[in-house]
Write a protein of this length. Structure first.
Length: 344
């Protein structure tokens, strides 16, 4: 299901909303995770004339790195003591090519921990074996303030996406407003255009302002870990890491970021986006550690309920206000903005 390359193998008032948001936040008992994002501006840009993707008419933030094993472990410990919707795939602990999370206990009292795999700490490597629905539930959890409890509307089943227990199908679009907080949704799975722009767009770099690769290059990257330019974790007659585990820490190719400062949008793991393909599948982009192409023309898609050792994701978020906006929001306006931010 990959195109563009060849695989090696097959009625509430604002005050009530604010109080509701505070109540949600108060249910969280474990330390909150932090997801570093970069700002993607240059809004109103044209699409890449070669592929037709990348036009975005607003500013947004996107994860600097793919969601990590450490971050996903915190998510599991917050909402998956019972794990009603199978957010944990047992291969996360047994497939030594990528394994990074162990599970202990029994349903109702499951706990999760980051594994050491082949002597290596897996905390900052990308989570794998996640479906589109897992990514959507993680986004809901983030949008709801990282609440702790059973997998329900206040944690995983509503927020950025109204899932209500669904584990299949594609009839789910991002909510404009989070039903739990009454505020604009602040974390979500990137749209294909959002993802593409963050990876390949670089204003003024050429006549079309798009690179062929998300390493700010029109030449195919090499796969040497370190500070060399134009490097990525993908298959070039051999694996970048040499041996398992094959996924690398976010930012391991430290001089190979995109124009906006994202890392690993080429290689490491395929990343889910919000595109619906042929009415049955969700989109993936970016290639992976076990794939031999990273070009911008590369598109993949799969059943949204499926995840394997090559599939992960990153999240997008609302941009922080600019300095000019902060001046405009001074005084009472600033206080109102701050109060509303509490619910995000």
């Amino acid at each position: 299901m990959v195109s563009g390359g060849r695989s090696k193998h097959g009625g509430i008032n604002d005050g009530d909303h604010i109080l509701a948001g505070l109540a949600l936040a108060a249910t969280a008992t474990q330390a909150a995770i932090s997801i570093e994002t970069v700002s993607v501006g240059d809004w109103g840009n044209a699409a890449d004339p070669t592929t037709g993707y990348g036009a975005v008419g607003y500013s947004y933030n996107i994860g600097k790195y793919e969601v990590t094993i450490g971050q996903y472990t915190a998510f599991l410990n917050a909402v998956a003591a019972t794990d009603t919707y199978s957010l944990y795939n047992t291969s996360m602990g047994t497939d030594l090519n990528v394994a990074g999370i162990s599970r202990s206990g029994s349903p109702g009292s499951y706990t999760y921990a980051v594994k050491v795999n082949a002597g290596q700490d897996m905390t900052n490597r990308p989570i794998t074996y996640v479906s589109w629905f897992d990514a959507a539930r993680f986004s809901n959890w983030m949008a709801n303030g990282q609440t702790t409890g059973a997998q329900g509307n206040a944690t995983t089943e509503n927020g950025a996406y109204t899932l209500n227990g669904a584990t299949s199908g594609v009839g789910f679009t991002k909510n404009v407003t989070n039903p739990n907080t009454g505020q604009v949704v602040n974390w979500w799975i990137p749209s294909e255009n959002e993802w593409y722009k963050a990876a390949y767009y670089s204003p003024g770099v050429s006549t079309d302002s798009y690179w062929l690769y998300p390493t700010q290059s029109d030449s195919a990257p090499e796969n040497t870990i370190g500070s060399g330019a134009n490097q990525a974790n993908y298959w070039i007659g051999g694996y970048s890491t040499g041996s398992a585990p094959y996924i690398t820490n976010g930012g391991a190719y430290s001089a190979s970021g995109s124009h906006y400062g994202t890392f690993d949008q080429g290689g490491n793991v395929w990343e889910w986006n919000d595109a619906v393909i042929s009415g049955y599948y969700r989109g993936l982009r970016g290639g992976c550690w076990d794939y031999g192409s990273l070009q911008s023309s590369l598109r993949n898609n799969y059943s949204p309920g499926f995840g394997d050792s090559t599939m992960g994701f990153r999240v997008a978020s609302v941009p922080e206000p600019s300095a000019a906006v902060l001046v405009m929001l001074s005084g009472a306006g600033w206080l109102v903005w701050k109060r509303r931010r509490v619910t995000l």
